[in-house]
Ligand binder design. Sequence first.
Ligand SMILES: [Zn+2]
Length: 338
Amino acid sequence: MNGISRFKTLETFQPQAARILKNGITGNRLSHAYIFEGPMGTHKLSTAYLLAQRILCLNPQTDDEPCGVCQNCIRIQHGTHPNVFLVKADGEQIKKEQIKSLIVEFARMSVEKGSRIYIIDEAERMNQDASNTLLKQMEEPLADIYAILLTTNSNALLKTIVSRAQPIHFKPIDRSVIKEGLMALKVNELAANVIPEYTNNLEEAQKIADSKELMGILELVVELYKIAGKKEASMTLRFKETADRVLTNVATMDYFLMLVILYQKDILNAKLYHFDQLVYKTERQQIETLSKSTSQNTIQSMLEKMLALKAKLRYNINYALAFDLLIAQLERGFYRGT
Ligand SMILES: [Zn+2]
């Protein structure tokens, strides 16, 4: 586990969740069942681990943070503490057997003294049998057990389960927080502006910034649009030279397309004089030039083509051909005067 290891950090991302949990700790009235509800990438899982650490920490700090260095804190960080149990979907669903084995595991003598905490990730994936088994456990809880259910949609959970737990809402992360996080890591301004548009998960954003491959794709997109509209260079050729090397799988293609779509939207925004909405702020001059060298219709129709290709990425299409075609069409859309 990595990510959020202190409530102080959690406050930056999820002030409300941090406040509720800290109040529970300080007042010694933590609920025995929580539902953390919120979109992907809102730090629900690392918050669950943070809470587990605080509950089991051997040496809690005066400010109510877990110490982070005791035997229990370390084992929770490494996912090896026997009293902390994570249930994840086995395939599409969380099955009854998984909930049963959780209950059996917790009843065993090998579990250490003290509190036991189970975390169910993507709890909405529990099938009917699994939900009923969990409900039974929640109705007759063993002493000193904490349940933390994580979900993107608590409406998909049994109402009887929801009514037994305290809900905590996790809000989508503010893009400016991700940007600040990246700037603090000395990520260049271009990437710090663009990556938060791709993910609102700081950990994922950091991974992208650390990846030579993904940073190279961002540079390629910027370069391609620099070439667009230039007489002496070919966007299509430049793309063909590099595509095989950088667009190696569906994930990188999806990322590339998303970056192109964001750039194309910037050109549209420049055409409409919405300069405050630019994502590629460092490229403003080039974006403005390009917006003047094409029509609004062309910009929009290209955007639609890009979105259509993005939707098709899941299917087994001839990617190389589809991408070559897209870039060639894009290039033709700009007057090539300068
Ligand atoms: Zn500790």
